[in-house]
Design a protein around this ligand. Structure first.
Ligand SMILES: Cc1cc2nc3c(=O)[nH]c(=O)nc-3n(C[C@H](O)[C@H](O)[C@H](O)COP(=O)(O)OP(=O)(O)OC[C@H]3O[C@@H](n4cnc5c(N)ncnc54)[C@H](O)[C@@H]3O)c2cc1C
Length: 426
């Protein structure tokens, strides 16, 4: 593709401001990538449309996220874990059951020689820690609230205007454009990458609840005929709950008063975690599997939900997206030449393929297996859960997924710093 003679002809800002990497979307994944690149010598511009302290911030809202151990190590490498850990509840055991059936499975972290399968943390806490660390991070400039327009991708660079909420327009160019702008990614569309969307016809309702007894670090997943209910331990007691059900049922449940909703939740989930007494604000999320047809295009790379957005059934979406960010930071920091080159992007995409494919298939398979009403499937499922409870190899396999591994593991996820080979060449 030829370079445009002057992408900004006629503009008072005739010369674009050049950066190495522009990240569109400063949610949990985009902010993590920006931090990962800080201090590597790469000039980064992070563009986010909603202020991090706004109640409307869609990435770090009222939800809680179950972070695997690989994510913990990445956060340690990014220097945010100490702050996140102060509000984290360790998952010391996982209990999986099927409502009204005999099968259930139990996993204890100690049986696998680990302290915890993961940690449950409010999204707000993670977002606040990432953005606090970003302020003053070396090599990272931030524009928020802001978006981009007039994207034009040429052989050498991506050109676009950064538009701030006040209406200012800043003509900019980057060697590499990163789409971290979520499941409805505008950058993905502008780069001409198609996305396959499968609607699960389910809505997730989230709410924090307080119970009448301590949780002992147990995370519960209960499959019910209308969808799964996850009950996750929170720091200081209480649980984060996610109830996935049909859109019609969700509308009925969201219309209920708090006490009536709590009673419905208790009757669906049962009494394993004691009596639910109080409930916080409810929020709802339509559940779809969104898969980009490719994770890279010319001078463009997709990470996090922009690349793949999953059902929350196994708590894998952010963990997977964080590994996207960690590996991309590693590939960029270790690049010896053009850090938006086709070779570099192909390497990133190839390295991520196994992890991405494995987690998408695992999560989608769980939704379909446990969503099936067919009697044969339901029997198999229950035998499966029973066999699972008796089978150490199967438990080890699930523990591995919960730990967040699959495919080549990013250096940050192994507790190693990035190799910043030739920063002077960038
Ligand atoms: C109910 C529920 C529970 C979940 N629980 C878990 C869990 O326990 N564990 C787990 O690993 N995952 C979980 N997930 C998945 C997880 O929330 C997502 O994978 C994660 O939020 C993806 O982060 P992201 O930064 O890629 O995208 P997003 O969170 O969607 O963030 C995108 C960001 O881009 C910004 N943006 C959008 N468009 C533009 C634009 N044009 N210009 C500038 N900025 C823009 C947005 O404001 C936002 O800040 C859950 C999801 C749901 C729905």
């Amino acid at each position: 593709m030829p370079e445009p003679e002057s992408p900004t002809a006629g503009s008072p800002l005739a010369k674009p401001r050049d950066v190495d990497v522009a990240i569109v979307g400063g949610g949990l994944v985009g902010a993590s990538l920006a931090l990962g690149l800080s201090g590597t010598g790469v000039r980064v511009l992070l563009i986010e449309s909603v202020a991090p302290d706004s109640a409307a911030q869609p990435s770090f809202d009222e939800r809680t996220t179950a972070l695997g151990n690989a994510s913990r190590r990445i956060f340690q490498g990014l220097g945010v874990w100490d702050e996140v850990a102060r509000e984290a509840a360790a998952i010391r055991a996982i209990h999986v059951s099927d409502a009204g059936r005999f099968g259930f499975a139990r996993l204890k972290a100690a049986d696998h020689g680990i302290d915890a399968f993961g940690y449950v943390v409010p999204n707000r806490v993670i977002g606040t820690a990432l953005w606090r660390r970003l302020s003053g991070a070396s090599g990272v400039e931030v524009r928020v609230p802001a978006g981009i327009e007039d994207l034009e991708i040429t052989t050498e660079r991506a050109y676009f205007k950064v538009v701030t909420a006040a209406g200012a327009r800043e003509v900019t160019s980057a060697r590499l454009l990163v789409a971290a702008d979520g499941a409805h990614s505008a950058v993905r569309a502008a780069a001409g990458i198609e996305a396959a969307i499968e609607d699960y016809d389910q809505i997730a309702i989230t709410a924090a609840v307080a119970g009448d007894r301590a949780h002992d670090g147990i995370a519960y997943e209960r499959f019910t005929p209308t969808g799964p209910v996850a009950v996750l331990p929170l720091r200081g007691g209480g649980y984060g709950t996610i109830w996935s059900c049909t859109p019609q049922r969700a509308a009925e449940l969201l219309a209920l008063e708090d006490d009536a909703y709590l009673a419905e939740l208790q009757s669906r989930f049962g009494w394993r975690a004691g009596k639910f007494r109080r409930i916080g604000r409810r929020a709802s999320y339509p559940l779809k599997l969104t898969r980009a047809a490719a994770t890279v295009a010319h001078r463009t790379v997709l990470i996090g939900n922009a690349a793949q957005a999953l059902h929350p059934i196994a708590g894998q979406g952010f963990n997977l997206g964080l590994r996207d960010a960690a590996l991309l930071a590693e590939v960029i920091a270790g690049a010896t030449g053009d850090l938006g080159s086709a070779d570099l992007l192909r390497k990133f995409s190839d390295w991520r393929a196994a992890d991405r494919g494995g987690v998408v298939r695992f999560t989608d398979g769980l939704v379909r297996l446990f969503g099936s009403r067919m009697p044969g499937v339901s029997l198999l499922r229950n035998l499966g859960l029973l066999a699972f409870d008796l089978s150490p190899p199967a438990k080890r396999a699930l523990a591995r997924v919960s730990l967040g591994f699959g495919g080549p593991t990013p250096r940050l996820a192994r507790g190693l710093p990035l190799l910043n080979v030739f920063p002077s060449l960038k």
